[in-house]
Design a protein around this ligand. Sequence first.
Ligand code: NAD
Ligand code: WQD
Length: 350
Amino acid sequence: MRILVPGGAGFIGSHTCLALLEKGYEITVIDSYINSHKKSLQRVLDIVKRNNRVKNISIDIEIADIRDEKAVEKLFIRYKDLGNPIKAVIHFAGRKSVQESVLDPLLYWDVNVNGSINLLRVMDKYNCRTIVFSSSATIYGFSNSLPLKENSEIKPINPYGRTKVAIEQILNDTYNNQTDKWKIANLRYFNPIGAHSSGIIGESPIGIPNNIFPYITQVAAGILDQLSIFGQDWPTLDGTCVRDYIHVMDLAEGHIAALEYLNNFEKKLVNLNLGTGLGTSVLELIDTFEKVNNVKISKNFAGRRIGDSCKVVADNCLALSCLNWSPKRDLEKMCLDGWKWQILNPRGYD
Ligand code: NAD
Ligand code: WQD
């Protein structure tokens, strides 16, 4: 079964491509490499070849923008003509920086929303109506009670989050059309961290990381001087913010579970939180990282970051019950694998 993976060269996409290949799926990636590296998918292939002792495995990679209708269409035509049509799409392509979305909202609406519309239009034209979409916990905003359920209030507080809500709404409207049967999974990720246990693929942010985990690994490696902890006066046990960190391989496996779940239906739309359901404070994360890896993280306390939520934790019961999936790797494993990737690749893929 051939799957199209827009944004498959990125952090979550590359780990999902690995999981897809290991389960025997054929994949085609479309990626502009605007926030990723050519090496990531080459390394995915290296891992699959090594683990499965196979030589003839490949990923068809199209370097193009998902807003380019002709480029997307070309892929659907290619596989239709080969008698091996694209059966489903796992859609990761888009911009993901909250800060950048505030500075350049038009870019975010164009790439994320117009890109997704373009993709859906071509899918529809070629009768491919199964899609797993990368949504985000960021859509819940911060006025909700915890843990966050799929029916908690949707109230994004930045342009990035609003583009995710808009795409979910477009997917809802697409699903509700009277003629065609769509199968759609909106996966709302919490905080993906870590790396594949080989240390061969991982997160490779361009420039100084915004997210805490790559910041920690780069401080531990001596690339960055010190981690600033944003706030020590939050109403949590130790005064620092709480998040639901999930191992990127658990997230990757969640995508395959979602795809296989959709296959049970003729028509389906489902929204699912992909998190562990466990909250971890910034200090607990640092502490765990230091202990399991036997390293020290130089740190200081800074003021609260504008737009931060105090606690973001998933209620993942729906995903657990629908998908026959559960996160298997704990915080220690996230820290071990993320550090292994950092040590083996001090400058990421560069
Ligand atoms: P990433 O930036 O590593 O991956 C996104 C990929 O999309 C990159 O390879 C990038 O080059 C590609 N891309 C961007 N714009 C494109 C375009 N117009 N055409 C083609 N390719 C394009 O990000 P990620 O962390 O792997 O996230 C994947 C998806 O998951 C994103 O949609 C993101 O919004 C969403 N998400 C991420 C997180 C997170 O914390 N990483 C959390 C929730 C949701
Ligand atoms: C985690 C915690 C910070 C950096 C973001 C996006 C969200 C989603 C996931 C895509 C917070 C603290 C951070 C630092 C710190 N992405 N922190 N020092 O903000 O939960 O979520 O990524 O959809 O949309 O907003 O993740 O990793 O930035 O922060 O103390 O240098 O670490 O205050 O409590 P966040 P994060």
